[in-house]
Design a protein around this ligand. Structure first.
Ligand SMILES: C[S@@+](CC[C@H](N)C(=O)[O-])C[C@H]1O[C@@H](n2cnc3c(N)ncnc32)[C@H](O)[C@@H]1O
Length: 210
């Protein structure tokens, strides 16, 4: 095993588990995840950090995928803690192993930044979402100010290597809209106590554009 593979398999999952678990992030998850209802699919469900926020009285089934074996272990531990039957599989968002129009809600938190092809992933999320279903997202991405954007462009190549392929420059709501969704924003802003280049966040609810 090369050092990069070892780093990605063992260090990145631990960084993600800690970095995505702070209280300010949890506040944002609490504004998004409890809106999920019916048959729910979560992309990038590894780590399991969203599971405590789902309202079990509204969710009839939970499915999720993630490519990382280590993060999937954490997700399965969270499912056991929650005490629900969860269909958690290893997979990538560019080829989601579920039928067309099979979910009432799809959830994506801090994952569009990390996938290889976010356009393909959004097309897949659109495919598996039922007509009238909701797409809930909470993502970090391209900041509004040109000065911060310049830093994001400079830092991104190194950041991607260190952070499991995470991009800093992808627009959030803009990408979701380009992917064929109509967005109702919940909120946006920088995360406190984090560098601006990595902390611009947008979160909202979207439906498929007719
Ligand atoms: C920053 S972590 C966020 C984890 C979790 N969604 C959360 O909110 O805490 C990014 C996640 O995206 C996953 N990921 C990376 N590439 C992916 C892909 N192509 N398809 C689906 N998930 C992917 C990673 O394994 C990781 O779990």
């Amino acid at each position: 095993m090369g050092i990069k593979t070892w780093y990605d398999d063992h260090i990145v999952p631990r960084i993600i588990k800690c970095g995505c678990a702070n209280s300010a992030v949890a506040e944002r998850r609490a504004q998004v995840v409890p809106r999920a209802s019916g048959r729910v699919f979560e992309i990038g469900c590894g780590g399991g950090l969203n599971q405590p926020f789902y309202d079990r009285t509204k969710v009839s089934s939970f499915s999720g995928i993630d490519p990382s074996g280590k993060l999937l272990e954490y997700a399965r531990e969270q499912a056991a803690k929650k005490g629900w039957q969860a269909d958690i599989r290893q997979g990538i968002g560019e080829a989601i192993p579920f039928e067309d129009e099979s979910f009432d809600t799809v959830v994506c938190t801090y994952t569009l930044c990390s996938v290889q092809d976010h356009r393909q992933v959004l097309a897949e999320l659109r495919r598996i979402l039922k007509p009238g279903g909701k797409f809930l997202f909470l993502e970090h991405g391209r900041a509004p100010e040109a000065s911060v954007q310049r830093w994001q462009q400079r830092i991104e190549p190194t950041w991607k290597v260190l952070m499991g392929g995470c991009h800093l420059t992808r627009p959030v709501c803009g990408s979701v809209e380009e992917g064929g969704f109509t967005v109702t924003p919940i909120d946006k802003g920088y995360m406190p106590k984090m560098p601006r280049f990595a902390s611009w966040m947008e979160w909202g609810e979207a439906t498929k554009t007719a």
